[in-house]
Design a protein around this ligand. Structure first.
Ligand code: AMP
Length: 139
């Protein structure tokens, strides 16, 4: 497995070098809207710790990350009025990973509404801001 690359796009987002629509941040984690959401409110939750994926993150950092994932999932349920949550995590290219800073996808779901296909469309930033505010308000 390759080493962690400090120039991956999510590291740049956390450093403020690339814009994002932020949902939440504390000393351990950062959460922001996926730019090609599979559903309204699709949020990415990442650790500030440098880890490529599930295979190299330390157990302590993973515990902090999962605590934040649960917090965001509950806020997405409440804020977005969702019926359920789909959680996704891809490790290594063969596992479907495209950005090599570990992240969990928190995807709000509604009964009888299918997830949009991967990478189907870039979201309108104003829509992302509205969804981020709804989730943030429910935190
Ligand atoms: P994966 O590594 O397969 O979990 O996929 C990476 C995810 O990051 C995809 O869902 C992309 O839509 C998302 N993504 C890529 N670039 C950005 C970005 N600049 N801002 C927000 N989300 C992004």
């Amino acid at each position: 497995m390759s080493a962690y690359d400090d120039d991956n796009i999510f590291a740049k987002i956390m450093r403020g070098e690339i814009p994002c629509v932020k949902v939440y941040e504390d000393d351990k984690v950062f959460a922001f809207m996926d730019i090609m959401p599979r559903s309204d409110g699709h949020t990415l939750v990442i650790p500030k710790a440098k880890a490529r994926n599930l295979l190299d993150i330390s157990p302590d950092d993973l515990a902090d990350l999962m605590t934040a994932v649960q917090k965001i999932a509950k806020a997405a349920m409440a804020g977005m009025g969702a019926d359920g949550i789909t959680l996704q995590q891809f490790s290594e290219a063969a596992g479907g990973q495209e950005v090599f800073h570990i992240h969990f996808h928190v995807v709000p779901r509604w009964s009888d509404v299918r997830m949009r296909p991967p990478a189907s469309a870039m979201a309108d930033v104003e829509d992302l801001k509205k969804h981020a505010e709804k989730i943030n308000t429910a935190l």
